[in-house]
Design a protein around this ligand. Sequence first.
Ligand code: ZN
Length: 184
Amino acid sequence: MSDWVLLAAPQLRPYACDLCKRAPRGPIIDTRQHHVLPNGLPGDRIYICKNCAGQAAKLHELIAPDELDEAIDWRMRIEGLEAELADRDQIIADFYTASDVSRTTIEQLAEELEAVTGRADYLQSQLDRVSEVASVSPEPEHISESENSPYEAEIADMEAEAERKGYAAPRYIREPDEDDADSD
Ligand SMILES: [Zn+2]
């Protein structure tokens, strides 16, 4: 009896309790005894599961029945919580894996964006150069033509009005040659 040990799980055949023949989850007592085969050689190891040990303890009144039930209940609840924690650990691990993946994706996208931005800057500078070259083309002649001024008609009206009233037409809006030829 003194060399009984509690193991996390049975290590030898039949990997189950010798009394109930079941292999419940959780620790099991290894009696370090074994059955003896007809030929005298050692046979199956003798394990005792918690339920059977509890039954024995109850019958021997080593433990109050309700205390045992409570202990088994607690044990089951703890095992349930341990399983839940393991599930949660897995979820957290999955989450970290997923977030690593998305961080890598974000870094790749940032690099691509930088490359595209650089390319856009280059194209913009090329476009600016092309615009510069285009702006020294013969276009300005057309722009400087007085017929195209939106104020030309208005100026003519003002001149006519001034003449009718006997005023000198305002100098600042008149062409120098016209001004000299006309009123002086
Ligand atoms: Zn058993």
